[in-house]
Design a protein around this ligand. Structure first.
Ligand code: ATP
Length: 385
């Protein structure tokens, strides 16, 4: 564990951090807060710089320099993107009350100490100012030291069930344990009081964690109602599929989801993805990939042309999930093979325009895949046979 002074030094060493400390010094009664403080004390680089300010956030935004601020008046928050690329999430210190379980909170402006009490877990309820003074809720440092996730009060998950997902992500990422009373509260919580779209947004963050299966498993363990019946965290399938996904191509998060939903009935899967707010294109990709995982023709293919016939047209995510040597060959080799001839050559050779052109080219390509490089002449011969 790092001391607050060491944490402050780490902030100063970041280009965007040094600027933040100067701005905090200018406005006073403002501090770095939340996950950034947690990560700095753990000796990890902060993922983002969240700032809390008691009172009007505008002087702080101005002190942080020119840029574009997106403001949300209701919560007194703003995201500032400075012209030189720093991003700061600035929030006015507030308390929150919930009219009913899962509702968006009503807010009242407050001090930084009071603001910490509205937060999700003790290790996120800490603030560090420009002098290195740490303000924290009771037990926060002990929990950070012990690697423990603990909600601040018994109504926490009832007020905001999205915190279930937050705790699951932290448990997986930080390898922290959930304190038993918090675990009991989580198990008793009812996630259905928040909209599917809000839960879907949390699920998407879990799918983008460094270890998504661990986050999904943690969510299932916390509260099985976070995920639908038939959802199974298939860690091995995820690992193998991600290893096959070509670098820089395809959506790793959707591969994870497809691997874990392969056992679900397709109607149930589509309805659930709709309810979670997945756009149609993503929903259809997950459904297609999760069905392909059980498709045998690719695995059974015995020649390059059979591999091509089984794989052609399927998204890379689906092929990666199907797995095996044929999937690897298709993704890394066979799908890049191209003919030297084109439809123009076939037209010039007297083939009439229409679908026949495509069929003949495909036949020539299959032959090329099986026989290897043979040159234009051979390709044309195969296409005209
Ligand atoms: P990460 O490490 O995943 O980026 P973070 O801890 O920085 O997460 P953010 O979502 O950026 O979390 O939120 C910043 C801080 O705001 C959190 O650390 C937490 O203190 C507080 N917070 C965010 N969402 C909630 C919530 N739903 N309920 C209570 N507190 C929250």
């Amino acid at each position: 564990m790092h001391t607050p002074a060491e944490a402050l030094g780490a902030v100063r060493a970041l280009a965007c951090g040094a600027r933040l400390l100067t701005a905090l010094e200018q406005v006073g009664d403002a501090a770095l807060v939340g996950g950034a403080v947690r990560d700095l004390l753990l000796g990890r680089p902060p993922r983002e710089l969240d700032v809390v300010v008691a009172g009007d956030p505008e002087p702080l935004l101005a002190a942080l320099g020119p840029g574009e601020a997106r403001r949300h008046a209701r919560f007194g928050t703003a995201t500032l993107r400075t012209t030189d690329g720093c991003v700061y999430d600035v929030a006015r210190a507030r308390t929150e009350s919930y009219a009913r379980p899962g509702a968006l909170p009503d807010v009242a402006w407050a001090s930084i100490e009071q603001d910490l009490l509205r937060r999700d877990v003790t290790v996120n309820a800490m603030a560090l100012d420009h002098l290195g003074t740490l303000t924290a809720v009771e037990g926060a440092l002990e929990d950070l030291h012990g690697g423990v996730l603990r909600v601040l009060h018994d109504g926490s998950f009832r007020d905001d069930p999205t915190r279930l997902w937050r705790v699951a992500r932290y448990a997986a990422r930080l390898r922290f344990t959930v304190e038993p009373h918090t675990a009991a509260l989580a198990a008793a919580a009812d996630p259905s009081t928040v909209s599917g779209e809000r839960l879907g947004a949390e699920l998407r963050l879990a799918l983008r964690e460094p270890d998504p299966p661990a986050a999904l498993r943690a969510a299932q363990a916390l509260n099985p109602r976070l995920l639908p019946d038939g959802f199974e965290v298939r860690e091995r399938a995820v690992r193998e599929a991600l290893a096959l996904l070509p670098v820089g191509e395809g959506r790793a998060d959707l591969v994870v989801l497809a691997a874990c939903t392969a056992g679900m009935d397709v109607g149930t899967l589509l309805r659930w993805l709709d309810a979670m707010g997945f756009p149609a294109a993503e929903r259809d990709l997950v459904a297609a990939a999760s069905r392909f995982v059980t498709g045998a023709p690719l695995r059974a293919a015995r020649s390059p042309s059979e591999v091509a016939r089984a794989a052609r047209g399927a998204p890379v995510e689906a092929i990666a999930l199907a797995g095996g040597e044929n999937a690897r060959r298709w993704l890394h080799d066979l799908r890049h093979v191209q003919l030297e001839i084109t439809g123009e050559d076939l037209l010039a050779a007297g083939v009439s325009p229409g679908p026949e052109i495509g069929e003949r080219l495909r036949r020539a390509l299959d032959r090329k895949l099986d026989d290897g490089e043979a040159g234009r002449e051979a390709e044309l011969r195969w296409a005209l046979e």
